[in-house]
Design a protein around this ligand. Structure first.
Ligand SMILES: [Fe+2]
Ligand SMILES: [Fe+2]
Length: 369
């Protein structure tokens, strides 16, 4: 593995290394009973489906600005202005700059989330009591190293724009790593962060149909992530419904509600407007409230909500919090055991199709003019 970090990822003001103090119990399983057949099957799948990031076609030319310009060769800025209704009419160059940065911002948060998954899952190897879960977690650790590698190479060698970790994502990753309870690591990482990422990757793939390298990276990573989320669901099955006291369950409810708020905030992109030097007072509320971005943020919970329901965590308190965020609409969707992949919800597909179709319409009109 060798690549050019033409544009390195910016280092946070706090410095190049971030330390989180964690207290945890490293557990040996001397029984080696290997009772959980579903985890052993998943472990076999994990080993069989390993891939190498160096197999991707890194010679692919990635020029997102050109891609956006081609897409918008006629009236592209208008499409952006019409569908996304920004607070100020954008010139084509401005709309391209914004989209470039939004794409880089999203991918950068994926990268940092992947590093969080690498650390959290290595912690699971230590803390989870059953040997078969340690086996699978070890195979996931390898997956996560590869995901960090692939996104990092893509950002630094191909895209050339990247962002540091969003403060809300950082807080959540720190919380997950600090917590000594092994089930909370699963709940935070496999159920919340990876459940959300799985849905977000699906959306990225839809938004970039004309960029083959990111399509390939995302498709491979999504296949791994769907196993990781299934791992969390399998490991926590029955724990919250049968084995926990009311007080313990209440702590998990608090964790889920807090994590949901942090994960939503991580998609509020004030860092972009700060970097572009655009008026944050004008742009942050837009990024928060425009129907497309709202739809995007909600859609990323389309796998998290049914998985929480399966685990018995869609309790009255969690429901009340989700009701306010309009997230209960996903409760009847399929969970990760019923359907491991995450299909984007229909309404968001419609919204996106509208966006792409208007671009084509504008192009057709320009051709006939
Ligand atoms: Fe990953
Ligand atoms: Fe993962």
């Amino acid at each position: 593995m060798k690549y050019q970090q033409t544009n390195p990822v910016p280092v946070p003001a706090s410095g190049p290394y971030g330390e989180v103090e964690a207290t945890m119990h490293s557990v040996f399983d001397w029984e080696y009973a290997l009772r959980r057949q579903n985890l052993l099957t998943l472990y076999e799948k994990g080993k069989a489906n390993n891939w190498n990031a160096t197999d991707l076609d890194w010679s692919t030319e990635v020029n997102i600005a050109k891609m956006m310009t081609d897409r918008a060769s006629a009236g592209g800025a208008d499409v952006f202005n019409q569908v996304l209704a920004p607070p100020k009419e954008l010139e084509l160059s401005e709309s391209i700059e914004l989209q470039l940065n939004m794409n880089a911002f999203m991918l950068s948060q994926f990268l940092h989330g992947e590093q969080g998954a690498l650390l959290a899952t290595s912690k699971i190897v230590q803390t989870v009591p059953w040997e078969e879960a340690k086996f699978y977690a070890a195979s996931q650790v390898m997956d996560e190293a590869r995901h960090v590698e692939a996104y990092h190479r893509y950002l630094t060698e191909k895209l050339g724009i990247s962002y540091e970790v969003h403060p809300s994502l950082q807080v959540l990753l720190d919380d997950i790593l600090k917590d000594s309870r092994w089930d909370v690591t699963f709940l935070g990482m496999q159920i919340m962060v990876e459940g959300l990422a799985l849905a977000a990757f699906g959306l990225l793939r839809m938004m970039m149909p004309d960029e083959p390298l990111i399509q390939d990276i995302t498709t491979r990573i999504m296949a791994d992530e769907s196993r990781h989320v299934a791992f969390g669901v399998m490991a926590l099955e029955n724990l919250y419904t049968k084995e926990m006291s009311e007080r313990e369950l209440r702590e998990r409810e608090d964790f889920v509600i807090e994590a949901t708020h942090l994960l939503r905030e991580r998609l509020l992109m004030h860092q972009i407007f700060e970097r572009l030097g655009w008026d944050e007072k004008l742009w942050v509320p837009w990024a928060t409230n425009t129907p497309f971005m709202k739809g995007f943020r909600q859609m990323t919970f389309s796998k998290v909500v049914p998985n929480l329901k399966r685990l018995g965590l869609l309790t009255p308190r969690v429901r009340a919090a989700f009701e306010q965020l309009d997230l209960l609409r996903f409760e009847h969707m399929k969970d990760s055991v019923e359907e491991p992949e995450a299909a984007p919800p229909e309404e968001l597909v419609q919204l996106l199709m509208q966006f792409l179709a208007q671009g084509q319409e504008a192009e057709a009109q320009a051709l006939h003019a």
